[in-house]
Design a protein around this ligand. Structure first.
Ligand SMILES: Cc1cc2nc3c(=O)[nH]c(=O)nc-3n(C[C@H](O)[C@H](O)[C@H](O)COP(=O)(O)OP(=O)(O)OC[C@H]3O[C@@H](n4cnc5c(N)ncnc54)[C@H](O)[C@@H]3O)c2cc1C
Length: 595
């Protein structure tokens, strides 16, 4: 068993939790029908299960070979990437202006989960390319768009993201890569970037690097950064490839996981300067880069969902086969499958519930992105944009946190076999761990949530979201179905904690920011437990409404929602206490540690 795309789960979460169906019914996506959405997920699922998933182990064991500045991908990867791009999977939600299919971003987000579920290393290159396309489309000149977008959209070229330098990780403003103006309107870049994903490879004939650099007279910090496109090969006026540009891979890292994703040190300007083309305005690069980073952050969150899904699938299958021990009070000498033991059930349910909750959060963020682009009136577009901004750090950090937790639980369910590489589940754990670090560490996401997102529009973006959560809970309670157990009460308590803690943080941000920052990570978790639990309750409620005849698996969905509310969301009040009462001890004890 490798990976089976959970087509029904994906469609249910997209349509009935994230609101794709409602958006379609409002006409946001023209005449897109639900049968086409289902057919696309189904087809992608087949490709992922049958073609991409078999690459996963090959990629892990072979890794990428580096010689004379060139990277060779593992056996089979080049051919599968070529077929994948030729089938149109790279261009799904890209604009039709550049050869894309103009389908919902939310649908593409669901497929990012699918590709990553089959192989996180395979999905990583394309998700960065897709994010680069967004940046170019939003900020580049018409000439740059015409030169680069058709090839990038078709997947014939791939894109990369260059922020990190050895002294500039979380602190992007510390970067030093230099750009100087050349006399023909282009720029020459010199410097060194580290940890660049797919910085060099042989999947495509050209690689378009999106690079943050600093002009000589630029102000310090993030306000002095500019974005440049730096192609591996310069592009001639007729679109053909020209001279090799002065940017090269110097080395490839040996990593814990994602061995088939080449993580490169890149050197610019060894031979006088790499030719770069400015995107947007000089010194306004960080705002442009955020277009790319926000898309990539959601996509990395989807990697977390994907690994959680595949780890859950494997653990459940193993738990149904592996026999150990007896049930309490059982007199037979026949050992039972371990799935029958309450502690194993708890682990499996935790895995399933966390996976589904993080999927619901990620897909809701994706539908908000579609609404921000396509809603009929400006106020609705603004509100959706704010919602997407609020949810993006939660989607990234919670989903990757739970990705690692679920992969770890998956190993636990396998017992000793879990740490044996041949079993395959150890790779999930190794592969997913970096998702909590790259694209902005989860600590940085939490700081973004409390210091930039909570205060948006004077806190009203958050309060509107909380009211919506309360509305969902009220609807679930009004259904009065005993199968929900204490779901309504427990979620209300979690949302109350979220609301009180948000208010506390907003006030502390002004006069005691250290106290607020000490609670950032537990607050993000509290946010996700309240929101994820409520979205699962929405899913259970939607299942109840649609009924088993519509394939809604009513009992299962309600049971998972109830488990989340009664077993996982109950941590919310404790997190509130840790944030509000624990801030002092974090800073006091921290001072002792560093002394
Ligand atoms: C496999 C891999 C692929 C990558 N791909 C890319 C890529 O394609 N392009 C790219 O540009 N970069 C890439 N990166 C770099 C990645 O984005 C950085 O590693 C990440 O942003 C963290 O930076 P750092 O490693 O320097 O850690 P640091 O910034 O040194 O952080 C160390 C710790 O301190 C915490 N910390 C740092 N500053 C603060 C603060 N102000 N407040 C609170 N806590 C703080 C962090 O949360 C973290 O826990 C990749 C990294 C890896 C490992």
């Amino acid at each position: 068993m490798t990976y089976t795309t959970p087509v029904n789960e994906i469609l249910f979460a997209l349509n009935h939790v994230a609101g794709l169906e409602a958006a379609r019914n409002e006409g946001l996506y023209g005449d897109l029908g639900d049968d086409l959405v289902a057919a696309i997920v189904e087809e992608a699922g087949k490709f992922a299960n049958e073609v991409v998933a078999p690459l996963n182990r090959v990629g892990d064991t072979h890794g990428t070979a580096f010689k004379n500045g060139e990277v060779t991908m593992p056996p089979g990867w080049k051919e599968v990437y070529r077929d994948w791009a030729a089938a149109g999977w790279n261009s799904l939600s890209a604009s039709t202006d550049w050869g894309g299919q103009g389908l919902p971003y939310a649908l593409n987000a669901a497929l990012i989960e699918v590709w990553s579920g089959a192989s996180i290393a395979f999905g990583l290159g394309p998700l960065l390319t897709m994010s680069a396309i967004e940046l170019i489309e939003a900020h580049a000149s018409p000439e740059l768009k015409a030169t680069y977008l058709p090839k990038l959209v078709a997947g014939e070229w791939m894109g990369t993201m260059h922020l990190t330098e050895s002294q500039a990780g979380s602190d992007v403003g510390a970067l030093r890569t230099k750009a100087v103006r050349a006399d023909n309107g282009t720029y020459r870049l010199t410097g060194e970037k580290i940890f660049i994903t797919f910085g060099e490879h042989d999947l495509t004939e050209n690689i378009i690097h999106v690079v943050l650099a600093r002009l000589p007279e630029a102000p310090p910090g993030t306000n002095g950064l500019s974005v440049f496109l730096v192609p591996k090969y310069l592009v001639n006026a007729d679109g053909s490839l020209g001279a090799r540009n002065d940017v090269r891979a110097q080395s490839v890292e040996h990593k814990l996981g994602i061995h088939a994703s080449p993580t490169c040190t890149m050197v610019f300007g060894d031979q006088g300067g790499a030719v770069g083309y400015l995107v947007g305005e000089e010194n306004h690069g960080i705002a442009c880069m955020f277009t790319m980073m926000n898309r990539a952050r959601l996509a990395i969150g989807l990697e977390g969902v994907a690994i959680a899904e595949t780890a859950t699938q494997h653990a459940l299958a193993y738990a149904c086969e592996r026999r150990q021990g007896f049930l309490v009070g059982q007199h037979s000498h026949e050992p039972v499958p371990i799935v029958a033991h309450p502690d194993v059930k708890r682990m499996l349910l935790t895995m399933r519930a966390l996976t589904n909750a993080s999927r619901a959060i990620c897909y809701s963020t994706a539908v908000a992105i579609d609404r921000a682009r396509k809603a009929a009136d400006a106020a609705a577009r603004w509100a959706a944009d704010q919602r997407a901004s609020l949810l993006t750090p939660v989607a990234k950090a919670f989903s990757t946190d739970i990705g690692t937790e679920v992969a770890s639980l998956g190993i636990q369910v396998h017992g000793g076999m879990g740490v044996i590489e041949e079993t395959g589940v150890a790779q999930f754990y190794r592969d997913v761990r970096v998702t909590q670090i790259y694209e902005g560490t989860n600590g940085i996401q939490a700081i973004d949530l409390i210091s930039r997102k909570l205060p948006m529009a004077g806190g009203t973006v958050m309060s509107i979201f909380i009211e919506e959560l309360r509305g969902i809970v009220a609807k679930v309670q009004a259904a009065n179905d005993p199968a929900f157990g204490a779901t309504g009460q427990r979620l209300t308590e979690a949302i109350d904690s979220l609301e009180r803690t948000s208010g506390w943080l907003l006030s502390k941000l002004k006069d005691e920011p250290e106290a607020a920052l000490a609670g950032a990570t537990p607050f993000l978790r509290l946010f996700a437990l309240a929101a994820g639990g409520t979205l699962l309750a929405e899913e259970g409620h939607a299942a109840l409404r649609l009924g088993d005849a519509a394939g809604a698996n009513v009992a299962t969905r309600i049971a998972i929602a109830r488990f989340f509310a009664e077993v996982l969301a109950v941590e919310a009040p404790a997190l509130e206490r840790a944030i509000v009462e624990g801030a002092g001890s974090v800073n006091a004890a921290g001072a002792v540690l560093a002394a």
